[in-house]
Design a protein around this ligand. Structure first.
Ligand code: GYE
Length: 381
């Protein structure tokens, strides 16, 4: 019954969300790590597989004792950012593959279409439905304290996935990526690459992700720190909303305003890079390993890696979207009355066309570069 009600309400929510307007976002200058962090883990795939296997075998036992019924399913509400990018599609699929009925879950999925007001509404609808757990991938990093207190008052644990929440520590755990580390790596790789290629002056254009999202804040902060360190010129930095059309639009205007003045374009995700490539093609600007412009991207989804392998994107800094198995692990720990790790970082790689730069340093730590091969492209999400 709970499940049936939940289904009706989820459908109603999706319809009402579809009717909502387009994205509204607030911004924050703080990218400080959540104070909730007491313990930190780097996610390992084996661990997650063990958890899934454990929950599957627990379910087999249920079936054996013939106690399996809808009421036994763990009801999970997931307020997803939207469907703006290849990364997002992989993240959604990861959740839908893990939180299945076979694994003992009833997943109520809401696509918030990059609209932060709709996302708050989605979380409140989960509270009304009295779900067992709420997963939030926060579109923006602020504005969360009130609704998270409401979740706590209702006794529903919240797990934050991917992007961070910067104005509240009122959640059980977070699983995601270190966006500042990604930005720092992109900057130091660029420095090493420019040196290797004998390029002395860097004039940079940046297409940022959604303003106020922790992915945009972290990647911008990390890259800007390196740009300042080496005295590079950032000609302009604009929001492309993590979409291909956004990237194309921003790059079209950059090509007009900065014609002949730039030799680096940084896109904060692959889809923006695809749009930027179209805009540069149309404007007759060459990019990639044989072009006039060094093109850097983030995410490293399959289509992004194909562009790296083709030499169109010089370097792609991975952001791993397959967090759902680790979220499941957190839920299983909470089910068992244990305290989960409060921060779990996804493992990520830095991908390039060739080994012009094979290692570089970030704050004294050596970073390896992975040259993209067919096997890597085939194995990627
Ligand atoms: O980089 C982008 C997506 O939050 C890390 O969101 C994620 C970002 C990702 O739209 O492609």
């Amino acid at each position: 019954m709970k499940k049936f009600l939940a289904l009706i309400m989820a459908c109603a929510m999706v319809l009402s969300l579809a009717a909502c307007g387009s994205s509204s976002s607030s911004s924050s200058s703080s990218t400080e790590e959540s104070e909730a962090a007491e313990t930190t883990t780097v996610a390992s795939e084996e661990e997650a597989e063990e958890t899934i296997a454990a929950s599957e075998s627990a379910e087999d036992e249920d079936e054996d004792s013939d106690s399996e019924s809808d009421g036994d399913l763990i009801v999970v509400g997931f307020a997803q950012v939207g469907h703006e990018s290849d990364w997002r599609t992989a993240s959604t699929q990861s959740c839908q593959e893990v939180f299945t009925e076979e694994n003992g879950y009833d997943l109520i999925f809401i696509d918030c279409d990059q609209d932060s007001a709709a996302q708050l509404e989605a979380v409140r609808s989960f509270i009304e439905q009295d779900v067992d757990y709420i997963i939030i991938d926060p579109i923006v990093s602020t504005g969360w304290d009130t609704v998270l207190t409401e979740c706590e008052d209702a006794g529903i644990p919240v797990i934050v996935i991917d992007r961070t929440i910067d104005d509240s520590t009122n959640y059980a755990a977070w699983v995601g990526s270190d966006f500042t580390a990604e930005g720092l790596a992109a900057g130091e790789w660029l420095n090493a690459y420019a040196e290797a290629m004998g390029i002395e002056e860097l004039n940079i254009l940046v297409i940022e992700g959604t303003t106020g999202s922790s992915a945009q804040l972290g990647r911008t902060e990390g890259f800007n720190e390196i740009a300042e360190k080496y005295g590079w010129t950032i000609l302009d930095s604009q929001d492309g909303d993590f979409t291909e059309s956004g990237g194309q639009e921003v790059m079209e205007s950059f090509c007009k305003s900065y014609e002949g003045q730039f030799n680096v374009v940084i896109c904060q995700n692959d889809n923006e890079a695809f749009g930027a490539m179209t805009a540069m093609d149309n404007a007759g600007v060459t990019y990639g390993v044989n072009g006039d412009v060094i093109l850097i991207s983030f995410d490293a989804c399959t289509a992004g890696l194909e562009e790296v392998q083709a030499g169109n994107i010089n370097a792609d800094f991975e952001c791993n979207p397959l967090a759902a198995p680790f979220v499941e692990e957190v839920i299983q720990q909470l089910e068992a009355g244990e305290t989960p790790e409060q921060e779990v970082y996804m493992e990520e790689h830095w991908y390039t066309y060739d080994d012009t730069v094979s290692t570089f340093e970030v704050n004294g730590e050596t970073q390896e570069v992975t040259v993209v091969t067919d096997e890597i492209v085939d194995a990627q999400y």
